[in-house]
Ligand binder design. Structure first.
Ligand SMILES: NC(=[NH2+])NCCC[C@H](N)C(=O)O
Ligand SMILES: [Mn+2]
Ligand SMILES: [Mn+2]
Length: 306
């Protein structure tokens, strides 16, 4: 990594049912992220946390500007708009934004900030598709809708804060899927997003799948955003997540994926930003999942075994 890394924490948990992911940024910092990055001879500054309203006393249905079910949408807008500013500022200063969640709804803010001035591809590592819309969501949780929001699907198209300005569906790849809701399945199938399931990883191996996902995300774009939902990994490796799903990638497969990202990042501008989301310290075992998030981030930023 030839740029200064700027950490931006987003202690957001309004997009998920299980409370506790708001403590993710602290847990990841506590696991030693800044020091590990500096150990790679990469400068790292901490931009602090984006302010997130507390849910207590907030009406989850207040002012929802879209039709359908989406809880805390007004707060999502506020937080994602703030985050988009922070990310755009980091990019304008020539820094590499590393965003610490928080639930996955924050990706709406990260990608909006990042794609303001640049064509952006996305590789989205996740057990879930996060492609529900307010019309198809079974839960009303925005963290299950964030990719659909970024792509302006359903009633998100009527908002001015959710659809990202310079992201083409053809440059988006989902990797590691194993839990898709019934109607979400058609949202994915009817889109131009490329979706790699765990079955694809079983058959082809993680290195081939991730290399192809990166080809898709880099084709004609200025840079790639890596969105890493820790529930992408098997819950035996990453127990501290709110929506664990059996059958995820192993510890080594996850590192292998990040190492391929690091190889490609050598080409200037290729890896544009990264976010680590869904770490839930309340459900974790001795901060294992936050420590894993730190390891995977440093792998993506160039840490190698030898
Ligand atoms: N980012 C996540 N962990 N998303 C989980 C989404 C779960 C489910 N598909 C929903 O829409 O509620
Ligand atoms: Mn997710
Ligand atoms: Mn997920």
């Amino acid at each position: 990594m030839d740029r200064n890394v700027r950490l931006v924490g987003v202690p957001m948990d309004l997009g998920a049912d299980r409370r506790g992911v708001d403590m993710g940024p602290s847990a990841i910092r506590y696991a030693g992220l800044a020091g590990e990055i500096e150990g790679l001879d990469v400068a790292c500054t901490d931009g602090g946390d984006v302010h997130v309203p507390r849910p207590e006393g907030t009406d989850p249905d207040a002012g929802a500007p879209v039709s359908g079910d989406a809880k805390f949408l007004a707060e999502s807008e506020t937080v994602c708009t703030r985050l988009a500013h922070e990310v755009a500022d980091a990019v304008a200063d020539g820094d590499f934004p590393l965003v610490l969640g928080g639930d996955h709804s924050i990706a709406i803010g990260t990608v909006n900030g990042l794609s303001r001035e640049a064509e952006t591809g996305i590789v989205w590592f996740d057990a879930h598709g996060d492609c529900n819309t307010p019309a198809t969501t079974p839960s009303g949780n925005v963290h299950g809708m964030s990719l659909a929001a970024i792509l302006g699907k359903g009633s998100f198209a009527d908002t001015d804060w959710a659809p990202a300005p310079n992201v083409a569906e053809e440059n988006v790849a989902l990797v590691g899927l194993r839990s898709i809701d019934e109607e979400e399945r058609s949202n994915i199938r009817d889109s131009d997003v490329t979706a790699y399931t765990m079955t694809d990883i079983d058959a082809r191996g993680v290195t081939e799948v991730v290399a192809e996902a990166l080809d898709i995300a880099t084709d004609g774009t200025d840079g790639v955003h890596v969105s890493l939902d820790l529930d992408w990994l098997d819950p035996t490796e990453a127990p501290g997540v709110g929506t664990p799903e059996r059958g995820g990638v192993s510890y080594r497969e996850a590192h292998a994926a990040m190492e391929i990202i690091a190889e490609r990042a050598a080409e200037p501008g290729r890896l544009a930003s990264m976010e680590l989301v869904e770490v839930n310290p309340i459900l974790d075992q001795h901060n294992t999942t936050a420590e894993l998030a730190v390891e995977l981030a440093t792998s993506a930023l160039g840490k190698s075994i030898l």
